[in-house]
Design a protein around this ligand. Sequence first.
Ligand SMILES: NC(=O)c1ccc[n+]([C@@H]2O[C@H](COP(=O)([O-])OP(=O)(O)OC[C@H]3O[C@@H](n4cnc5c(N)ncnc54)[C@H](OP(=O)(O)O)[C@@H]3O)[C@@H](O)[C@H]2O)c1
Length: 349
Amino acid sequence: MLTAYRTRYGAPDVLSVREVANPEPGPGDILVRVHAATVNRTDCGVLSGKPYVFRFFVGWPRPPVGATGTDFAGEVVAVGGSVREFRPGDRVMGFHDHGLGTHAELVCMRADRPIQRIPPTVGYAHAAASLEGAHYAINFITKVQLRPGDSVLVNGATGAIGSAAVALLAHRGMRVTAVAAGPHLDRVSRLGAARVIDFTKAPFVEQLQGERFPVVFDAVGKSTFGICRALLPRDGVYLSSELGPYCENPVRALLAPFLPGPKVRFPVPVDIRRSLRIIDELLRTGWCPMLDRHYDLHGIRDAFAYVASGQKIGNVVLALSPAGLPPGTGTSATCWATTPGAFATCERA
Ligand SMILES: NC(=O)c1ccc[n+]([C@@H]2O[C@H](COP(=O)([O-])OP(=O)(O)OC[C@H]3O[C@@H](n4cnc5c(N)ncnc54)[C@H](OP(=O)(O)O)[C@@H]3O)[C@@H](O)[C@H]2O)c1
């Protein structure tokens, strides 16, 4: 089988594609033919091993697994003797933020990992794109008390996390104001945002002057609590996916019980199984994760370089077989740019 491969942490050029023997499932393992995975911001951390503290979780001093890849959507091709939960032919998807080695045509993993069946109407590309960003979005959003009708501001609504957050909040009946660049406002509206703000025209805090939001979620970490404070009521909450200048977000979160006024929350993402259940519910109600470009395995370095640029729109798909190509795209090539809005009608199967 073909796999992405590296022996050390570093930039995308440490990665190569090589032919290796097919993995053999042990008694408690499943063997999955990966049709699609994503290249995401978590993968960038697993590839670079930065920040350095991350290496204590993903492997010290070298990566323990040659292949990168934290998520997958594929088909079970063999199961170990003690596996009861899955059978060959099952369409499955899964995620693990410390790495699963899924940038490969086949992957073997313990059957008790966070793995779930793909809803029947969802294709492999969209299944893979439904995992990483949504897991983090769920971990942020579920840390605040929200009622249907509440107003939530989401900055960075075209990111993997931000786009999933908009969809999840809208699905739960919140009134979402989403901040994104002008060319993508239509796509963000289709996720369910009630209002969209173009941050390229003027800073969003200026455009929203005088308004208050019980929750401001900066899903791309480009603002600060100080900047957004003007938008928060006294009991408001500021969430950010980034540490902030001088790690102020986790520090402010720790000090929150002792400080008056709006609070910062900085949750540590946990419970991938719960995220998978919520993702399943969202997909079954018609959520169509936002897709950007897709690449084949030979384009993996380019895929990483693009994702690390911080400019992707939603999710970048790594198609490992023709079945992993997003709907409406042709045969395999190194890189295919998806026309913005091509998935307006959500052709997912
Ligand atoms: N805390 C955690 O557990 C955790 C986990 C994973 C990732 N992260 C971090 O969370 C952040 C977001 O991750 P992601 O995967 O969602 O990002 P991403 O998919 O790479 O998205 C970045 C998006 O943000 C948009 N953007 C850039 N500058 C912006 C600005 N000033 N205002 C509004 N939008 C802007 C970009 O659009 P344009 O190109 O059109 O500007 C792009 O679509 C990253 O910094 C990542 O490192 C945190």
